[in-house]
Every structure is written in C-alpha cells, then in structure tokens.
Design a protein around this ligand. Structure first.
Ligand code: SF4
Length: 374
C-alpha cells in the first residue's frame, strides 16, 4: 500500500482537529515542565479521568521539584495510592532529588538530559520536551502506534525492531513537518490552552486522536481528520491493526488475607523493598492453590496462632498484566497469641487510613470500615 499524502497535509489536518476537539485537561493550562512531567508519568498505564484528581492534588501538595525532592516517602506513596506501578513515583522523586543536587532544582531543556533522568524513556522525554518547550521530538506510545499503523496500513507487529524503528521515523517525520506550521487557533468559545507551539500540538493531537477517535475497538473513522488518507479505513482493516500477535493466556491466582484484631487495632504489614508495590501497606496475606480449603493452616503460619474461626469479609477481583487475581479477606477470631511473622504494626482504622495501601488492600480496608460501623 502506497504512503498516504504528504506529512504537511497530515499535520494541518491534525492541528486543525486538535484545536477544535482537544479535551480541556488541567495540565493543558500550564507549560511548567515539572507539571507536564508529573502528568506524563501518571498517564503511563492509567486513564485520563483517573489521573485528573491525582494530578491536581499532587500539584497542590508538591508544586515544584524541590518540594518533591524533600517530601517523605510515605507522603509520595500516599499521593500515588491507587495509581499503581509505584516504581514510577519513586523514580519521580529520585529524579527530582538529582535535579536539586545537580541542576539547582531546574528541569533541563536538552532532550538527552531529560532522557537521562530516572524513569524517563524515549516516549516521555519526547512528550515533555515537545509539550513544555515545543521541541520537535517524536513520541510513540500505544495510542500513537494505533493511529500510525492504521493510517499507513502497517501490517507488521509494531513490537518487531524494524517496524518499531519505522514507526519512530514516521512520528519523527510528522513532528518535524509540524515545526514551521502556524498553530491553528482554538475556537474562542473554548477555554484557552497553554500550547508551546506546533510540535506540542502535533504530538498531543496524535495521542488525543488515539484516545478519542482511533480507539482499539470501533474507531470513529467518520469523525476522523485522517479519514481520507487512512489506509486501514480504505481497506477495512482498522480493527485488525495494530497487529500485536497472540496474547499470552491469562493465569488465575488466588490470595487470602487475614484481618487480625487486638482491641481496636488491626494487624498490617509493609511490603519490603525490591518487590511489586514495595513499601505499600497490606493485611497479612499469602498466595494459595485454587483447591486449598484449610485456610486456617495458612493463617497460623502467617500469624503464629491458629484462629478458632475465619469469617469471610470480602472477595476482591482484579487483573495485573496477564494475571487474574482473586483476593479473599477473612476476619480472624480468637487472635490470642497472634504475632505477625514479618515487620508489622497494630493500628486503628483511622491510623490505617493515613497509610498508602495497595489498591486491593485499600478495598479490604473500605469493607472493614463498613463492617465495623454496622
Ligand atoms: S480513519 Fe479510522 S482507522 Fe484511520 S486513523 Fe482515523 S480513526 Fe483511525
């Protein structure tokens, strides 16, 4: 399939569409590279509507690089609680501390210096430098891959090295073509954005098109500014692209958590460094076989005493990467002699609320609060 239209034409169509249709998102009202950086890290693996309140709260509590660098780790985990992938927040702080130490607390402008920061890869460096500084740095994430593979009719798997390089080249070509193009004015009835220039608008238009129009299922091709040149639309291949190969089958995993009480306090433990969700809090828990029925034996191992009774409190189901996880929470009665076998604390529900929990264990805590207030 031959290449669609000149990059300049694609750019003009995208910039016009973006000026008219882009969502009013809070981070589109600032050019502060720190604010853009925080938004981009939060948006990795997380939907826009989830991120908005997190970003607003974060910017109120930690408005600049220095405040982030100095914040206690417990605070940044609490501000991130529920967003998941906590390595992101630890890398953010590590990079902020580096910038305070080495760069007077200033965010660098040079692409290579941005790319060298902890937790920043090629996509994020491209997003920050284009959005904050209008640099012609390309971006390629899931949304952009979807738009480009469909637009250009690329049938190969975008994870293949050569195809990935080709997609980066196409993204590069588009952002370079955008550089001299005047920014399309945003209609006056819409709230104005802070847009640093056409490179920013072009990159954001690709992300936005992938999020709003060129969606994984049932793309709205009739509303798309690229509908004329789009190869996938012409060949009826939109939903078949990108070709991501076969997905690994999902694996079921079963966990059980035990909620032991002493007076008005509940036993919780902190996850160690170097594991998934490191430093977050949770109720003592263990992974068990699907068939296991003697849960009291597992409780005894974790708590140091066999409970007289286990009363089911709640079952949480969630998915992480290719795992379908079920987490059963039980109230432990007769907890005399209970002592956790890992570093832990006995805390009241109010004290637990102030800690950063993993999302699943936060749901258990919510169920526990309901139960105890009945
Ligand atoms: S025409 Fe359809 S498939 Fe092509 S880029 Fe637009 S939304 Fe995606």
């Amino acid at each position: 399939m031959s290449r669609p239209r000149r990059p300049e034409d694609l750019v003009t169509a995208l910039l016009d569409w973006f000026a008219r249709e882009a969502r009013d998102l809070p981070w589109r009202h600032t050019l502060d590279p720190y604010a853009v950086w925080v938004s981009e890290i939060m948006l990795q693996q997380t939907q826009v509507k989830t991120v908005i309140p997190y970003w607003e709260r974060w910017m109120r509590e930690l408005p600049d690089i220095t405040s982030l660098a100095q914040a206690p780790q417990e605070k940044i985990h609490k501000l991130w609680e529920g967003l998941g992938y906590y390595t992101r927040v630890r890398n953010l702080q590590k990079a902020a501390q580096h910038l305070v130490r080495e760069n007077g607390g200033e965010f660098p402008k040079a692409f290579d210096a941005v790319l060298a920061l902890s937790g920043i890869g090629r996509y994020t460096a491209g997003a920050i430098t284009s959005i904050a500084f209008n640099q012609p740095s390309p971006i390629l994430d899931g949304n952009v891959i979807r738009v480009l593979t469909r637009l250009f009719g690329i049938e190969e798997n975008p994870k293949d090295k050569a195809t990935n390089a080709k997609l980066w080249n196409l993204a590069d070509e588009l952002v370079l073509a955008a550089q001299p193009v005047p920014l399309s004015p945003r209609p006056s009835h819409l709230s104005p954005f802070s847009i640093s220039g056409p490179c920013s608008a072009l990159n954001q238009s690709l992300m936005e098109l992938g999020a709003l129009i060129c969606t994984p299922k049932q793309p709205r091709c009739d509303d798309c500014p690229l509908k004329k040149p789009c190869v996938a639309r012409a060949t009826n291949r939109a939903e078949a692209l990108p070709n991501l190969g076969k997905r690994a089958a999902a694996t079921d995993r079963r966990f059980v958590a035990f909620l032991a009480q002493r007076d008005n306090q509940w036993l919780v433990q902190q996850r160690p460094a170097g594991v998934v969700n490191a430093h977050l809090w949770e109720f003592p828990n263990v992974e068990v076989d699907a068939e296991t029925s003697d849960l009291a034996a597992h409780a005894a191992k974790l708590l140091g005493a066999r409970p007289a009774q286990l009363n089911p409190l709640v079952m949480i189901k969630h998915s992480i990467t290719r795992y379908r996880i079920s987490l059963e929470a039980y109230l432990v009665t007769a907890t005399k002699g209970v002592r956790a076998t890992t570093p832990s604390r006995w805390l009241t529900i109010e004290e637990l609320d102030a800690l950063a929990f993993t999302s699943a264990h936060r749901k258990i805590l919510t169920a526990l609060r309901h139960k105890t207030s009945e």
